[in-house]
Design a protein around this ligand. Structure first.
Ligand code: AP5
Ligand code: MG
Length: 216
């Protein structure tokens, strides 16, 4: 299936995408992770993106559209993909339709993970990351040993944009630029909303039930 995981910062897109990719064997494509990977490798794209990301602003549409066009053309997307963090603006959504129709694909579902604002701030401020890509929370998803990754033993760190000022801006940017896509995809008849306020496993089981129903 070709799936977009949609939702505000901290709603659990990355957490759920990792679990879903493992269960269904489809690639997890996170534009945030791709941009951060570029930043770590100090590519031109990464250094340009950093100026926007650190402030919690969106990276320009043309950069994201080019990036996603290349990624969706890769052979591992032939039998499905999970997009996480794209699209975030109307031009990005329109470009996605065009890219998919050029590739002879459809978008099956946009899963909107709905979480109230007061929970988002808590989730983002307590998130801790590992260089290997694993993600934790100091209260809700603790590593076995504080500050250390369960999977690779590296020291966990906080994302630069998980500081309170950048978080607040990301939430405003979501309301103004990204949330309007809910109407866009509702009108297109592909939007399903899931309550994302419950525990990680409960949300995951709910999403799996929705996807299994769609596949019947
Ligand atoms: P991106 O990396 O996509 O960040 P985001 O959208 O702000 O989302 P997050 O990754 O912060 O949250 P998430 O929903 O993945 O939550 P997670 O699962 O980690 O983008 C970063 C930046 O890149 C953007 O600001 C922008 O600058 C740029 N960018 C990226 N894509 C772009 C685009 N298309 N266009 C333009 N610019 C773009 O969970 C958060 C925390 O909560 C974790 O600690 C987790 O353990 C915990 N948690 C998760 N689920 C639960 C639960 N059910 N209960 C309790 N805790 C939970
Ligand atoms: Mg994420």
């Amino acid at each position: 299936m070709n799936i977009v995981l949609f939702g505000p910062p901290g709603s659990g897109k990355g957490t759920q995408a990792k679990l879903l990719a493992e269960k269904y064997g489809v690639p997890h494509i996170s534009t945030g992770d791709i941009l951060r990977g570029n930043l770590n490798n100090e590519t031109k794209l990464g250094l340009e993106a950093k100026t926007y990301m650190d402030k919690g602003e969106l990276v320009p549409d043309d950069v994201l559209i080019g990036l996603i066009k290349d990624r969706l053309s890769d052979s591992d997307c032939a039998s499905g993909f999970l997009l996480d963090g794209y699209p975030r603006t109307l031009p990005q959504a329109e470009a996605l339709s065009k890219i998919l129709s050029e590739l002879g694909k459809n978008l099956d579902v946009v899963l909107n993970i709905d979480v109230p604002d007061e929970k988002l701030l808590k989730r983002l401020a307590g998130r801790r990351m590992c260089v290997c890509g694993a993600s934790y929370h100091i209260l809700f998803n603790k590593p076995k040993q504080e500050g250390i990754c369960d999977l690779c033993g590296s020291k966990l760190y906080q994302r630069d944009d998980d500081k309170e000022e950048a978080i607040m801006n990301r939430l405003v940017v979501y309301q103004n630029q990204t949330r309007p896509l809910i109407d866009h995809y509702t009108q297109a008849g592909v939007m399903l909303t899931i309550n994302g306020a419950a525990d990680i496993e409960v949300v995951f089981n709910g999403i799996c039930r929705m996807l299994d129903d769609l596949r019947k």
